[in-house]
Design a protein around this ligand. Structure first.
Ligand code: URP
Ligand code: ZN
Ligand code: ZN
Length: 478
């Protein structure tokens, strides 16, 4: 009789290509057998009547990011609890760089913090200052350590890049074999409009949306893609909030350009009107790009169904509402420009997408698995270890009750922040158990995982990030 450490029995196993009733045999943290029936004298979990999905892979999370002064509120320990509570088992988060600083000096710090958690992780390296020293000496060392994605911002004072700097990042990534992920909004346009709004006394949180309407995102998306195409470097456009930006991606994809689009639950559930709540309340919904009008939600769903947007991440970036470290760090009467951007969503990501997508019939269960687990794992070079239920993969599983109804509360999120922007939303479908590398780490909302058990996920070269070899002339420029 084959001996397993754990057998998950009788669940409807979602492979991304339909569901089949399987037993799953786990040994040493990996899936070693899928069969109609598996015998074991060891531990087993009964999943009859439930769905068994690959653990969620969230490739856009801001966790315990060091800042010039201090560190973000969400630690890797609290983030791990929140992730497991919501069915996610792996993340890709960020190592910062500040203008004038290097990246290697930040790597050891980020690595030490992440190792204290329970959640498997990799990093995107933010490039805020692409000096020759950083791009030619330091980034190759990070690549050798298994970091294969560089993150750039086309806006935000502290980190935005000029077009020339962005091109330098693209060509370095091309040479070394990295994906480039891009925050697409036009820096000068936002600053100009923000100044005008503030001069006119329009300072409340709702004017955050007015300062960066869809055209500002569309323009930067177009430019980000055009420059990537110019030097033949694959990119992923982060957190697409509106159809006009997604159309830029669709057009480039139709030309064969290697560009992928990510969206987030906030762009199918929240609206700009949420920032118009009384007083400081609107700050709870402030993120960039801004949530748009309610009519945008259906357009984002269309883009998801068309495959233009093929990854749904959380962009988890938790700031508490109370206290003086989070949203109110510049006071409760701060002008919108001075309220930190970002909202928590690590635990809410999967339930929101399952409920709004699968339960409401907008997408299939296969789509859900691909959008939240398989596609992000493949695009980030984490497959086949992560993102699917297959022999040889890590035994990362989220067991779902597709009929369970829940009202979202902050307590259910188990993150560090004192609020969730999704408070009170009703969802159908809920993860009742999370298994990470064969170990039950969440059962009925109770997270039990030993701190310091997180594993770094090194990434080697992979096909998604290979350039197409299509250049206007045979010259890249670096
Ligand atoms: O508002 C957001 N999205 N904050 C997190 C940082 C970023 O832009 O991704
Ligand atoms: Zn961003
Ligand atoms: Zn982000």
């Amino acid at each position: 009789m084959a001996e397993f450490d754990l057998v998950v029995r009788g669940g409807e196993v979602a492979t991304g290509f339909g569901t089949t009733r399987y037993d799953i045999g786990v040994k040493s943290g990996r899936i070693v057998a899928l069969a109609e029936t598996l015998e074991t004298s060891g531990a087993s979990v009964d999943a009859h009547g439930l769905l068994v999905l690959p653990g969620g892979v969230d490739t856009h999370c801001h966790i315990e990011e060091a800042q010039p002064k201090g560190v973000a509120e969400e630690s890797f320990v609290t983030a791990s609890r929140s992730a497991f509570a919501g069915g996610t088992t792996s993340v890709v988060c960020f190592i910062p760089q500040w203008k004038g600083g290097g990246v290697l000096e930040r790597h050891a710090d980020a690595e030490a913090r992440a190792r204290k958690g329970m959640l498997d992780y990799s990093f995107h390296q933010i490039i805020a200052d692409p000096t020759d020293e950083v791009m030619e000496k330091e980034i190759p060392q990070l690549v050798a350590k298994g970091i294969r994605s560089l993150k750039v911002f086309l806006t935000y004072d502290a980190v935005h890049l000029s077009d020339a700097q962005y091109l330098k990042v693209l060509t370095t990534a091309r040479r070394l074999g990295c994906l480039v992920t891009v925050h697409c909004e036009n820096y000068d346009a936002i600053n100009w409009r923000t100044q005008k709004l503030l001069e006119a006394g329009m300072t409340a949180p709702k004017y955050h949306a007015w300062s960066r309407p869809p055209v500002v995102e569309r323009e930067a998306t177009h430019r980000a893609i055009a420059l990537a195409e110019f030097v033949d470097q694959p990119i992923q456009v982060f957190h697409v909030s509106c159809a006009e930006a997604a159309e830029e991606i669709a057009r480039a994809q139709a030309r064969g350009v290697k560009v992928w689009g990510e969206t987030c639950p906030q762009y199918i559930t929240l609206t700009a009107d949420d920032m118009d709540r009384p007083g400081f309340e609107g700050a709870k919904f402030m993120c960039s790009p801004s949530p748009r009008g309610a009519d945008e939600h259906a357009r984002i769903w269309d883009m998801i169904r068309r495959g233009v947007l093929d990854v749904v991440s959380s962009d988890h970036c938790a700031f508490s509402f109370g206290g003086d470290k989070g949203k109110a760090q510049n006071g409760r009467d701060a002008v919108f420009r001075d309220i930190p951007n970002g909202i928590p969503g690590l635990a809410a990501r999967l339930p929101l997408l399952f409920s709004e997508g699968v339960s409401k019939g907008r997408i299939t269960l296969d789509d859900f698995v691909r959008l939240t687990s398989t596609n992000p794992a493949r695009l980030m070079g984490l497959a086949p270890r992560k993102g699917s239920i297959a022999v040889g993969a890590d035994a990362d599983l989220a067991i779902w009750d597709p009929k369970a109804k829940k009202t979202l509360t902050n307590a259910l999120m188990q993150h560090v922040a004192d609020y969730t922007p999704y408070e009170g939303m009703e969802v159908t479908g809920w993860p009742v158990m999370t298994i990470r590398r064969g170990e039950v780490v969440m059962r009925d909302g109770v997270v039990q995982a030993e701190e310091g058990t997180a594993q770094f996920l090194p990434r080697g070269p992979y096909s998604f990030i290979a350039p197409r070899g299509v250049l206007a002339n045979d010259f890249v420029g670096s």
